[in-house]
Design a protein around this ligand. Sequence first.
Ligand code: FES
Length: 163
Amino acid sequence: MTRIRITVNGEEREIDVETSRLLVHAIREEVGLTGTHVGCLNGDCGACTVLVNGQTVKSCSVLAVSADGAEITTIEGLAKDGELHPVQQAFWDEFGFQCGFCLPGTLLVTCELLERNPDPDDAAIDEAINGTLCRCTGYAGIRRAIRRAAERISADRPEPAPS
Ligand code: FES
């Protein structure tokens, strides 16, 4: 067993993991946050996507020990004080999900996309969601939701102070 220290959704955690433990299993079982889903366990479906130091990572594809010292955001970290995150609200408003299995990963992919590209065009959206498989929506609602989230976040962004 190896002890690692990670910050999950702003909360510091110390957990003991086998060196072969996948990050997705550590998040779900040692940390106890089951919103990160297990799909293919092969790096293909994206259901296990989390943010590690602000970057999307398929948590079935990395060892938990490699995340020692990292800041991790899971789906449970998006809503604050009972309020949906703007990305979550946009997916709700635009019917960007059906069964919801892919949703945690898709939301985190969207957060990362809009952080680095606040006004993504269709090609940038498609590239971002390329690694998250959705078997229900046909992606039309997901694309609408990402566009709506981008509009909402940019409308909420404070104007830069005059120089
Ligand atoms: Fe990790 Fe499918 S479970 S990509």
